[in-house]
Design a protein. Sequence first.
Length: 172
Amino acid sequence: MPDSLNPADLWPMPPSGAAPQAGPQRWVWSAMEPPERRIRMRELAGWVDWLRSTFELHNTISHCWYRHSAVVEHLTALYTGWMRTYAGEEVPGRELAEADWINTLHTLTPRLKLAACATGTHQDPPLVVPPPAGSDTDFELYLTLSDAMSLEAAHPGAAELDRREAELNAPL
């Protein structure tokens, strides 16, 4: 039985019948078939239990985190980044990869906290407001008629870039 406090026991296992893939993989939930999605969600849940315990995030990450798609996406990014950092190939120039991952964790921690669910009772996310009728047409008109979409390309730093290039190419 895997030890939830031992990260080595949390390394991903390929779905049954799937060929093992080399190294940590990218996860796109909507692109996974339902059986793989369930396997990966269990894998993520095991890691989230480890994360909550190890980093004392039990009061930050609600028990209903899996019901909130934004939190699932943030935790997925943290998990796959953690796997690349701790289980992936060493990359030159990334000598502080572990510290960078921990900094990323602390940067994303506020996004993992759900005020509505902080009391231990799950609150459904707000309903998605459907776009108003005709919004697709309005968008297409914007793309066709807006000045922002039809202005000639001009880099705001073009004059500075030109000046620097002139300095580099000045005759000797």
